[in-house]
Design a protein around this ligand. Structure first.
Ligand SMILES: Cc1cc2nc3c(=O)[nH]c(=O)nc-3n(C[C@H](O)[C@H](O)[C@H](O)COP(=O)(O)OP(=O)(O)OC[C@H]3O[C@@H](n4cnc5c(N)ncnc54)[C@H](O)[C@@H]3O)c2cc1C
Length: 428
């Protein structure tokens, strides 16, 4: 059978990587210490750390490595967890909030370490502006910056007034904001491909075009495809928003949602005098967030808009452009060269779902839009647990992760109704 899987042709990321050689599909039966489902940041990172620790690893990817959210996202590396420290303190107390903050800082450090150690040229640039779209949020955001500096000992943030935000972003759409020099942005598909190369070089066996159709073989942990099977001591599920029908208990707790991105023609973004003059990324305070950044070739890469079914909007360019023009009306005449979507997974509490599900079965997913830092870290956390040190896994797994109301079939309409209400609130 010919392998027809490929990266989305409408993606600027796919257009700006050297087409990587394919990893052959799984053909026949084999064994491994660890079998991993999914070749995104989570699965590739788990494969890399496990192979470096001397474990025999097989990874099965349904399409191409980095084909999922990892090769399509906004490329923004945020600080902290998806939930801010105010929310974490109120729910879990100061000590736990600090622990989760520390884990997120470890995630950033680990990612920079992977990039450096494996010489992954993925265009990392420091700097992320949080832009505030409501006057009434400003005092709260300023207090938040102070809290990060003082209570969390994080000196890389500063409050920006309206003029400073306008100078940094090239739009007067915001009332103020803050800068995080410890956050940044990168080319996520280059990162995923670099991680795949590193994992393969460390000895992991990667197979593309190998969709897993069943788990387990005679009660033994295994990943089964139509052309073969991998029996292993341990199985890792890293299919995130694309895991479809294989593990109902996991899928009840994470909800796939689609998000969309475009890039303009080159407009000098990220250069002095253009939009985002210092080359920083930005995201805003809306519940359905807008996020954007310059590319090295001077385009604006802009993300915004969500859908909840498997079907994408008919015209993705128009769908995202509408959001972009609310921030940058001056781009009304800019050509849109690329637009694409991808599926991520959210949890109800927006904390990651990193778990040992049963003896020899692990899963990590549900990073809720925060996966550039968290997903590669989750791979490391799984690798540590599989190698006998579950301390970091336990730090995440201690928080119960409730199922979405409505179960697998009704959760999308229920969530869509709730999100429509929040999107409306963004405009009030
Ligand atoms: C449009 C968009 C913008 C985003 N922007 C940001 C951002 O700016 N910053 C941020 O931090 N996060 C962002 N995210 C989220 C981030 O991309 C994800 O959290 C992260 O990439 C998840 O990585 P993963 O490896 O768990 O999942 P994925 O990268 O989705 O990988 C899962 C893989 O599993 C494979 N798979 C699924 N089922 C099977 C099967 N049965 N057999 C074999 N393989 C299978 C899929 O083909 C897929 O390649 C964004 C996501 C999207 C979609």
């Amino acid at each position: 059978m010919t392998d027809t899987s490929s990266y989305p042709a409408t993606s600027w990321y796919a257009a700006t990587v050297d087409p990587p050689p394919r990893f052959a599909a799984l053909d026949g039966d084999t064994t491994a210490d660890v079998a991993i489902l999914g070749g995104g940041f989570t699965g590739l990172s788990a494969a890399l750390y496990l192979a470096e620790a001397g474990r025999d690893v097989v990874l099965l990817e349904a399409e191409r490595v980095g084909w999922g959210a990892s090769g399509r996202n906004g490329g923004q590396l945020h600080s902290g967890q998806r939930r801010d420290v105010d929310w974490l303190e109120a729910r879990f107390g100061l000590d736990e909030a600090k622990r989760l903050w520390t884990l997120a800082e470890e995630a950033k450090t680990a990612l920079h370490d992977i990039i450096k150690r494996h010489e992954i040229a993925c265009d990392y640039r420091a700097g992320l502006i949080h832009a505030v779209h409501k006057q009434r949020f400003l005092a709260e955001e300023a207090a938040y910056v102070d809290k990060l500096r003082v209570r969390y000992d994080y000196p890389h943030v500063e409050t920006l007034d309206r003029d400073a935000v306008e100078a940094a972003l090239g739009t007067d759409a915001y009332h103020g904001g803050w800068r995080d020099r410890g956050a940044g942005h990168l080319h996520p598909l280059k990162l995923a491909l670099g991680m795949a190369r590193a994992a393969a070089a460390a000895g992991a066996r990667l197979h593309e075009a190998s969709p897993v159709v069943a788990l387990g073989d005679d009660g033994h942990p295994a990943l089964v495809t139509r052309k073969g099977r991998v029996r292993a001591e341990t199985v890792v599920l890293a299919g995130n928003g694309y895991l479809d029908g294989l593990m109902p208990d996991v899928e009840a707790r994470v909800m796939p949602i689609n998000n969309y991105v475009l890039t303009t023609e080159p407009i000098g973004a990220g250069r002095t005098g253009g939009l985002l003059a210092a080359g920083e990324a930005a995201s805003d305070s809306r519940f359905v967030v807008h996020y954007w950044r310059p590319t090295p070739d001077g385009r604006l890469l802009f993300g915004g808009g969500e859908t909840f079914s498997r079907r994408d909007p008919r015209d993705v360019k128009a769908f995202v452009r509408r959001h972009m023009l609310t921030i940058y009306p001056q781009l009304a005449d800019a050509r849109i060269d690329y637009a694409w979507g991808g599926t991520l997974a959210i949890t109800r509490h927006r904390l990651p779902y990193i778990r040992k599900l049963a003896s020899g079965v692990y899963a990590a997913c549900g990073y809720s839009g925060h996966g550039v830092g968290t997903a590669p870290f989750a791979g490391r956390v799984l690798a540590e647990a599989i190698n006998g040190n579950p301390a970091r896994l336990d730090a995440f797994a201690q928080f119960p992760c409730p199922a979405f109301p409505g179960g697998r079939w009704l959760r999308a309409p229920t969530l869509a109704a709730a999100m429509t209400w929040y999107a409306l609130r963004d405009r009030l």
